[in-house]
Write a protein that binds this ligand. Structure first.
Ligand code: GLN
Length: 533
């Protein structure tokens, strides 16, 4: 294909209509038709990245191979497409302004007054086109965060308006709206969609395709009405109905011919409908489980499930792979203590202690680890969860008065300590150990069995690490370091051998689990919980 095509996805009426999933589904369908596609998210907030945000604000922070801390929608893009994203796939207003202001300080604007138009919009446009310029993609799908009409997203909408002019036939706008159903009158209402498109038109942007979220199927006469009021063809009015699982959405979009409409509008070959065999096999297994297990996810942000989005999706992938329904029981770590742990965790087939920051909830996590270790319940600790497993072992097996340096600066035995390169770090944003690092796995370990190989690479996001001074003492007592970074010697994986399944990983395997390639550690953990059911 000659020119990269740019597809812009905007949202109207309300947030949470599923722009990320629709974008990922469209990209999936284009990919399945033989095109290459990447997705980019533009976020209107002023934070430079979501790394410093509390998970309660926007859910999980997703980390890419190149160490970018990004919006959780990038996780959906990777899980759907199986193609890694990078820093270039997520841009915030904060990052745009930071870069423009840095250029201004360097005198790069040659004495000009620096303004939203053209300077901010030029910066946005160049970040959008950057992905197209590297020549790897037939399609760059750019999702604009927020809802049309928000003050914050105006510079993005203006940039899209300008790009539509510049790119002409190489671009297209999809607007996602809501067609509510009024139960009292038994009718689907199109007015909010009309208003939302009018708002877009006020900003000079005519959508080419409308994806209308609705609770009931949208009959042809309603589609015609929307088309007439909004200057789009009625075949370009696409219904997006509530789905049983987000993984149904690509197939639903294919039934609605979203991909065909897009390809025709861009004068591209449509061809046969793709078979999507792997995808459909996954869905069949997901919907027809032969077994079921209950896994406790012990965390401190459990009120907002999006805080652990990639972990939850990792279990969906690994569950389907094992033809097993994984029920996650979300357990607040602050609610667990020595007195109630049996009652809280006794019925579980497996225990996962989640990543996290700060001291709150750590005591409950330590109690949960102790319970899993002693009762021989399959255990999986991720990042802080692994660190808790190490501290618990130090306290209760080695009998050390011990803690992570993160939770007690004066601890006698800092078995988890601040990494050397972190000691001089002052800024909070973007300064953790981030992104992909290699790890060498010991043969015969749980990890080796899971991965089936000894050299892996996984993504990181942490400041603290296993204190290698204690490695020998731990190994002798039964907790061994089975994964090591070959370059730095940092401990990446710990295991208790005398246990049906007990593993803690310093990295975040959940970021790399996809529909086509469920993560080996999730697969293996689910298997272990099945054996314990
Ligand atoms: N707070 C711990 C650290 O910074 C763990 C981080 C995490 O769980 N992502 O090392």
């Amino acid at each position: 294909m000659s020119n990269t095509k740019y597809i812009f996805v905007t949202g109207g009426v309300t947030s949470s209509l599923g722009k990320g999933i629709v974008s990922a589904s469209l990209a999936k369908l284009l990919q399945a038709r033989g095109y290459s596609a990447t997705i980019q998210k533009l976020d209107p907030y002023i934070n430079v990245d979501p790394g410093t945000l509390n998970p309660y604000e926007h859910g999980e922070c997703f980390v890419t191979d190149d160490g970018a801390e990004t919006d959780l929608d990038l996780g959906h893009y990777e899980r759907f497409l199986g193609v890694p994203t990078s820093q270039a796939n997520n841009i915030t207003t904060g990052r745009i302004y930071q870069s423009v202001i840095n250029k201004e300080r360097k005198g790069e604007y040659l004495g000009k007054t620096v303004q939203i138009i053209p300077h901010i919009t030029d910066e946005i446009k160049s970040r959008i086109q950057l992905l197209g310029e590297n020549g790897n993609w037939d399609f760059v799908i750019t999702e604009i965060g927020g809802t049309v009409g928000d003050i914050e997203s105006l510079p993005y909408i203006e940039s899209v308006r300008q790009l539509r002019w510049e790119l002409g036939k190489d671009s297209l706008v999809i607007h996602l709206t809501l067609i509510p159903f009024l139960a009292a009158s038994g009718e689907l209402k199109t007015k909010p969609t009309q208003h939302s498109v009018k708002k877009l038109l006020e900003y000079g942007l005519q959508p080419d395709v409308l994806v209308c979220r609705a609770e009931h199927d949208i009959p042809q006469d309603v589609r015609n009405k929307v088309a007439r009021f909004c200057n789009v063809e009625s075949e370009a009015v696409i219904a997006s109905l509530d789905a049983e699982t987000i993984y149904d959405v690509p197939l639903l979009m294919m039934e609605e011919k979203l991909d065909q409409v897009v390809l025709k509008k861009l004068d591209l070959k449509v061809g046969e409908d793709p078979a999507l065999t792997t995808w459909k096999t996954f869905l069949t297994k997901l919907k027809n489980p032969k077994n079921s297990v209950t896994i406790g996810l012990i965390g401190k942000y459990v009120e907002l499930k999006d805080s652990y989005k990639s972990i939850a999706e990792g279990f969906i992938h690994a569950g389907a792979h094992n033809e097993c329904a994984v029920q996650i029981e979300w357990i607040h770590s602050e609610s667990i203590n020595k007195e109630n742990v049996q009652e809280k965790l006794g019925h579980l087939n497996g225990v996962l202690v989640a990543p996290g920051f700060g001291e709150r909830g750590v005591d409950g996590k330590l109690v949960a680890v102790q319970y899993a270790r002693e009762s021989k319940t399959p255990f999986f600790g991720i990042c802080l969860g692994m660190q808790c497993a190490v501290v618990e072992f130090a306290q209760n097996v080695l009998g050390l008065s011990s803690s992570s340096r993160e939770h007690n600066d004066n601890t006698q035995h800092p078995v988890i300590d601040l990494m050397a390169e972190q000691k001089k770090v002052e800024d909070k944003g973007g300064t953790m150990r981030l992104g992909a690092y290699p790890c060498k796995i010991e043969e015969g370990s749980f990890a080796h069995k899971a991965y089936g190989e000894t050299e892996i690479s996984e993504r990181h996001r942490h400041r603290y690490e296993f204190n290698s001074a204690y490695k020998e003492e731990f190994a002798q007592a039964g907790m061994k370091a089975s994964g090591i970074n070959p370059e730095t010697g940092l401990v990446e994986i710990v295991e208790i051998t005398d246990h049906p399944y007990f593993i803690g990983v310093q990295f975040h395997p959940e970021y790399k689990s996809t529909v086509a390639k469920p993560h080996p550690l999730f697969i293996e953990f689910v298997k272990a919980t099945l054996e314990n059911s």
